[in-house]
Structures are given as C-alpha cells and as structure tokens.
Design a protein around this ligand. Sequence first.
Ligand SMILES: [Zn+2]
Length: 212
Amino acid sequence: MAAGANEVGVELLLSGEYEAVFCAVRPPGHHAERDRAMGFCIFNNVAVAAVKALSMGVERVFIVDFDAHHGNGTEHIFYNTPRVFYFSTHQYPFYPGTGSEKENNDHILNVPMREGSGDAEFKSVYSGIFREAVRKFKPQIILVSAGYDLHRDDPLTSLEVTDDGVEFIVREIVNAGRELSVPLLFTLEGGYNLNALRRCSRRTLEVLTESI
Ligand SMILES: [Zn+2]
C-alpha cells in the first residue's frame, strides 16, 4: 500500500489534478534495494514513484532525500539511470554505510553531514548546492524522501536539526519546485520520535498548503 500510494500520487500529479501530494505511509522505502528488503523498508516507495513517472513519459525526475540515513536503495536502483537525479543529505559515517562523495556521478549527489550538524549546515546546503542542482537538472517532477529522523529529538540519529530547520529545508524544496513549475510528491521515510514526526509533518503540510 505504501508503494501503491506513491504510484497513485504520481498519477494525481501528472494528471494536473494536484500540485503537491504527501504520502503519509509506513513502512519507509529508501533502504530497500531492487531485489531485497532492508532497514525497515520492504519496497522502495520513492523509486516506485520515479519509475511510474518515467513510464508516464516524464523525462527527468529529481529525488531529494533529507532522511538522516543514506538512501542506499534509491542510489543503487538509479545509479545507471541519468534521467533520475538523486540528491541526499545524511549523517555520515552512519548506517547503512553508503553515501560518501566518492559515489557521486553526474546524477548522484551525496552531501554527507557530520554527526552534530544542525540548522546552519543544513540551511547552507539546501539554499545552495541543492537549489543549484535542481536548476541545472531541470526536472519535470520532484520526489521527496521526507525522513524526519534528521530532527534533534530523534532517538536513532545524531543530527541537531530543529523544527525551524526542517521547515527551512521544506521551503527550499517547495521553492525549487515552484521556480520550475513542477509538481512535488513527498513520501514519508524515517522519523522515530513521534512528537517530532508529528510536528514536522504538520509543518510540511502547512508549507505545501501555503504554496498553492
Ligand atoms: Zn532514516
């Protein structure tokens, strides 16, 4: 159902019925590889969404992944697919071990973040290198692996991003989409402090609603 929600979300966006979709799904997906479940993830939901968009005629899909963990599955699935750009910020070194800058190519852009990185570091990345990457790639749809485990209250990770920091990231993503007039699909990834997850999901919805 999580993977299917992502497919339906893409259909709704490409039909022009909606400008933005938020898939409030469990389980998450970005660790799942093409042929195997991994790290709480069964199917790679955002990859399913990307493939759906490509199959419906979209030429360039941009995936942005701000989950605290690297989306190894998403990177591997599209490693040789230049029509899909994968941008990820994640705590590094950390689970699952992938996500170094050495893995980058012309459509894979890992920005590893040190343990303890907070709002200032994330703001600089999302207002800078992220926005430049979207402008250069000119996607026709933006998919977001929205993992709220980057929050400082998350029990599994060691990043120090606050509610305001999360909102800043979401605004940069929404503005990147607005600049190119492309639809946005957010899909839930991690987030293990339920209060932080609730607050940050809500802020995301508020930003999305404002932008319409
Ligand atoms: Zn995560």
